[in-house]
Design a protein around this ligand. Structure first.
Ligand SMILES: NC(=O)c1ccc[n+]([C@@H]2O[C@H](COP(=O)([O-])OP(=O)(O)OC[C@H]3O[C@@H](n4cnc5c(N)ncnc54)[C@H](OP(=O)(O)O)[C@@H]3O)[C@@H](O)[C@H]2O)c1
Length: 289
């Protein structure tokens, strides 16, 4: 039995489907029982729990061989790093109390650093806390999601690809389908020792300018990079209703990507490349339709 969190989201749905397709027993973790219905119809058990509810999460993890866990976004937080620390303490205690043997946790490239990485700081914290539990751990340190571009794809109708990344910086990026498939495989193949780190990128790295060229082909008209300065990160994110605290963390993350801090650790980690490229991800996100 494998417990899968985030099944209404990008990666959890892929993990759960991949395991069910292989005939494995799956228990999905949802906050709202209604979101469990389609999974029940597919033969999965449903556990209703929020990751910050230690007792419910402990119960949901009990008796399982492994679990896929993530730290979901909280764009309204007034102090995301401190608040998430408290939630992650509860998650770690639930992992310990449940006696589950293996946790595959969705982390991020750059999670080896405690500071200077914005929201990725909380994933460093998560890795530290989960490492202290008795469970085996696989940390899937995913690269920048290709799906992040979905938010700005509408601008391609006006020939623009807005970005806070330096236009000619080559950045590892990965599709969430690749993350889900790698996580599902990791659940079935726990580390032989206490822990493993998988650093995961897509089939190739991309500059934003290269992505604009790919989008030119996909949408059938010229698309150019529209690079915004880092000073624009906070007001832009705030304009989307994101709290000032979380917007500030994203500023730190983009600065960390530009400086090279948010990058793979290499040493001690297994580097994996997925197979889903930017063009197919953009088409799946509806670009050009
Ligand atoms: N974006 C990037 O470039 C990047 C790179 C590396 C790592 N990451 C990591 O990836 C994470 C997002 O993963 P994703 O895209 O697969 O997720 P997602 O699509 O953002 O969905 C989040 C999932 O978590 C569930 N969830 C939210 N709050 C919860 C709670 N309190 N308890 C239990 N479940 C809860 C949601 O379920 P509901 O239906 O209940 O809301 C949803 O299924 C980020 O938070 C970050 O840690 C992101």
């Amino acid at each position: 039995m494998y417990v899968i969190a985030g099944v209404s989201g990008n990666t959890g749905s892929i993990v759960a489907n991949a395991l069910l397709d292989q005939g494995k027993k799956v228990r999905v973790l949802v906050r709202d029982a209604k979101k469990g219905e389609p999974w029940k119809a597919r033969g999965a058990e449903v556990a209703v729990a929020s990751i910050d509810d230690e007792a419910a999460l402990t119960k949901a993890l009990e008796g399982a061989t492994g679990a896929y866990l993530l730290s979901p976004p909280d764009t309204a937080s007034k102090d995301f790093v401190a608040e998430r620390h408290v939630v992650l303490e509860r998650v770690a205690r639930a992992v310990t109390k449940s006696k589950i043997g293996h946790v595959v946790f969705l982390s991020s490239v750059g999670a080896q650093h405690a500071q200077g990485t914005g929201p990725i700081r909380t994933l460093h914290d998560a890795e530290e806390q989960l490492a202290k539990t008795p469970a085996k751990t696989t940390f899937v340190r995913a690269a920048y999601f290709l799906e992040n571009w979905g938010a700005v794809l509408p601008a391609t109708a006006h020939g623009k690809l807005p970005t806070f990344l330096p236009p000619d910086l080559s950045v590892p990026m990965v599709a969430t389908k690749d993350i889900g498939l790698v996580a599902a495989k990791a659940l079935l193949e726990p580390p032989s020792g206490k822990s493993e780190i998988i650093e995961l990128a897509g089939p190739r790295d991309y500059t934003s300018r290269e992505l604009a060229t790919i989008l030119t082909k996909v949408v059938g008209k010229p698309v150019e990079v529209d690079a915004a300065p880092l000073a624009a990160v906070v007001p832009t994110f705030e304009s989307f209703g994101i709290s000032t605290n979380v917007a500030g963390l994203f500023h730190e993350m983009y600065a960390g990507i530009a400086s090279g801090l948010v990058a793979a650790e290499g040493k001690g980690a297994r580097f994996v490349r997925g197979s889903v490229d930017a063009e197919s991800t953009f088409r799946a996100l509806g670009a050009g339709k």
